[in-house]
Design a protein around this ligand. Structure first.
Ligand SMILES: O=C(O)c1ccccc1NCC(=O)[C@H](O)[C@H](O)COP(=O)(O)O
Length: 209
């Protein structure tokens, strides 16, 4: 089965074009001011509206958002889904309020952290942020991939956190993931995507056995 790929934290045309050309399944826009990958609704709108019709789905990332913040973004950006950093009940409420697919981001340190039930459309399973980080994702920080191996996931899920073109095949083998999510690992500096690394990452994920 083909492994699906999300390239997250896109901020400019070159990065977005590379993700589309490489055949990514999803691209992510980060609406969190403290992130080096932050985009305004206007910037993301310009990018998202000019993507190929059969291109990747557009996912908006929000950290503990208010309904007003999400609504303001949706006024400008045609999003296909929302990735939410908040508790599960809030993610479910956002899904009901906006009628879009919602992925809940879950920070994992041990097997006990893996959700056994949820009322959202997908889970992004990533490492807990390292001590001192002021953001819940995009930290280039990995967890023990074997933790998800025998997990009976309640909904489709993506593996995230510290992936790059050189480790993604091992991560897929060890975790059993059928979808992967990367940001830092395809950058030449924080917030600056590398077309070469994006292509290498997508190719490596697709070619994993
Ligand atoms: O990228 C950020 O700065 C960010 C800030 C706040 C919430 C989420 C954020 N990013 C999430 C992602 O890019 C991915 O879902 C995932 O965490 C992968 O990150 P990385 O370890 O950098 O590949």
């Amino acid at each position: 089965m083909t492994v699906r790929v999300k390239i997250c934290g896109l901020r400019d045309r070159a990065g977005l074009d590379a993700a589309c050309e490489a055949g990514a399944d999803w691209v992510g826009f980060v609406f969190f001011a403290r992130s080096p990958r932050h985009v305004t609704a206007q910037e993301a709108g310009m990018l998202a509206r000019t993507m190929p019709k059969a291109g990747p789905q557009r996912i908006g990332l929000f950290v503990r958002p208010t309904d007003v913040q999400i609504a303001e973004v949706l006024d400008h950006v045609p999003l296909d889904g929302l990735q939410i950093y908040d508790d599960a009940a809030r993610a479910t409420a956002i899904r009901a309020r906006f009628g879009l697919p919602v992925w809940l981001a879950a920070g994992i340190a041990s097997r006990a952290d893996l959700p056994q039930a949820c009322a959202v459309d997908g889970l992004v399973i990533e490492s807990r942020p390292p001590t001192g980080s002021d953001r819940p994702g995009g930290n280039a920080h990995r967890f023990d991939w074997a933790l998800t191996q025998k997990w009976q996931a309640p909904v489709p899920w993506l593996l995230a956190g510290g992936l790059d073109p050189d480790n993604v095949q091992l991560a897929i083998r060890q975790s059993g993931a059928r979808a992967v999510d990367v940001s830092s690992g395809v950058e030449s500096a924080p917030g600056i995507k590398s077309a070469t690394l994006i292509h290498r990452f997508v190719q490596a994920a697709r070619n994993s056995a």
